[in-house]
Design a protein around this ligand. Structure first.
Ligand code: SDX
Length: 436
């Protein structure tokens, strides 16, 4: 980052001395006001719950222009990455800053695809869960448990450990997600295969059985690879910020990523795709498109607490470019499977049409986000609704790692420790029991 050609001046109407604050500029996007000396000089904190106006770090990984609906991975538009690269190319790009040339690409693909097995002991963790445990509960446990097996890559300050941990996490997440699924349906785990693609291997571990050969459908394989790409990273979202804050204590990468998995589970974040699909099925069960008007009235009624899941975004105040790509992927997959008339897809498109013409949504700049169509395409592929967020976590693991590594590699980083505006009781003495 570089100093801007101007400063910010903070002045107080009570005559307290004003102070000058440096302004820094990045390569693109909003400038920042450096407030690191604010508390020392004024004894005051800034106040920004939800961090709507706060840059927590400097980063060169992912850029979002919410007004334009633009998403860049290391400068490359998501639309080009999603159509010209595969997920492992995207992982290489996010981790290293550049797309791989052919030898680098072949080496990285081989590295990942040859480290997809997990320690045989991992399967015994699953046995502790009920068969109907939510896959995200299982995944949170399994990812955290990885740190018990890989002591040779838990020193987050060792670049080689970070590199090895990154390979292990990217390689093993599909295996863990598939194991969580198989455990839930009571089927035997499928061991990964090194001769399949990343997405193809995942499909086989999910839907293959020991009873017969599993043939990967190339259209589904490509669609799933694209879903992984679209979810790979997204700037300083809630789960990424969780990973950064967790990793800032110096804990191991596996524990920090497990914290990201736990945060992503929330319905306001990565859990929205599951909530969106449940919302569509609920409307469908009540009458489908004919009931959309009634549902929309509920959404617009503040007291209902009902939200149009898969809509709205903290940053995008325009169409989420990932939602557009996801809708295209929906068309491809539903077409391939002869499900063009999928009622939920038609319902989703009707909901979108009505929302984008409704003043409530237009005024609040609420558009479909990545989660609005992702559930429909995953359901068409055969992925159960409860596993949608697990797929999101699988894909976002590389983004979390890239952001964690960027933070640890930043000489300026410190343990994250925000302050507060205290509104509780001032000092008082403990009353005796009789006095309470
Ligand atoms: C992801 O941050 C990321 O980058 C996340 C993500 C990623 O890749 O990591 O993009 C992934 O999490 C996508 C978002 C998935 N969540 C949902 O689809 C859940 C539904 N969306 C909302 O919960 C909401 O839009 C958020 C949480 C996504 C954003 O919330 P904000 O930025 O805090 O905005 P807000 O809640 O202050 O909303 C502004 C207004 C409010 O109305 P008013 O108080 O001004 O009258 O818009 C309304 C909100 O009530 N609103 C909605 C709405 N989203 C916002 N009203 C109905 N339905 C919605 N979905």
């Amino acid at each position: 980052m570089k100093l801007a050609d101007h400063k910010a001046t903070l002045s107080f109407s009570n005559g307290a001395p004003s102070m000058e604050l440096p302004v820094y500029a990045g390569t693109i996007g909003p400038n920042v006001i450096d407030i690191r000396k604010l508390y020392g000089q004024t004894g005051m904190f800034t106040y920004d719950p939800g961090f709507l106006s706060t840059a927590s770090c400097q980063s060169a990984i992912t850029y979002i222009d919410g007004d334009k609906g633009e998403l860049l991975y290391r400068g490359y538009p998501i639309e080009q990455i999603a159509t010209q690269c595969d997920y492992l190319d995207t992982c290489y790009l996010l981790l290293n800053g550049e797309l791989p040339n052919e030898p680098e690409r072949n080496g990285f693909h081989k590295l990942i695809l040859n480290h997809t097995m997990v320690n045989e002991q991992m399967q015994f963790f699953l046995r502790g869960f009920r068969r109907d445990a939510h896959p995200m509960a299982v995944l949170t446990g399994l990812v955290g448990a990885l740190s018990a097996f890989y002591h040779d890559s838990t020193d987050i300050n060792n670049p080689e450990h970070r590199r090895i941990a990154a390979i292990r996490l990217i390689a093993k997440m599909p295996t863990l997600v598939a194991m969580a699924y198989k455990y839930g349906v009571g089927q035997p785990y499928m061991y990964p295969r090194n001769d399949l693609s990343y997405a193809g291997n995942f499909l086989r571990m999910m839907f293959g059985t020991p009873c017969e050969d599993y043939v990967v459908n190339p259209v589904l394989e490509r669609a799933l690879d694209r879903i992984f790409i679209l979810h790979a990273d997204h700037e300083q979202n809630a789960s990424t910020s969780t990973v950064r804050l967790c990793g800032s204590s110096g804990t191991n990468p596996f524990a920090a990523i497990a914290a990201g998995v736990a945060c992503l589970w929330g319905p306001a974040h990565g859990g929205a795709n599951e909530a969106c699909l449940n919302m569509l099925e609920d409307i469908q069960a009540k009458g489908g498109v004919a009931k959309v008007g009634e549902f929309m009235n509920q959404v617009k009624d503040k007291n209902s607490g009902v939200k149009l899941m898969g809509f709205g975004h903290r940053v995008y105040k325009n169409y989420d470019p990932r939602a557009k790509m996801m809708q295209e992927t929906c068309n491809e997959v539903l077409g391939e499977l002869g499900l063009e008339n999928d009622p939920l897809f038609k319902l989703a498109k009707e909901l979108e049409k009505i929302a984008l013409e409704d003043d409530y949504f237009v005024q609040r700049k609420l558009y479909p986000n990545v989660d609005f169509y992702s559930g429909i395409v995953q359901r068409a592929i055969g992925i159960p609704v409860k596993l949608f967020t697990g797929i999101f976590a699988l894909a976002r693991t590389v983004g979390w790692i890239a952001q964690l590594n960027e933070m640890i590699g930043d000489p300026e980083y410190k343990i994250g420790r925000p302050r507060q505006l205290f509104t509780g009781s001032t000092r008082r003495d403990v009353p005796t029991l009789g006095q309470r």
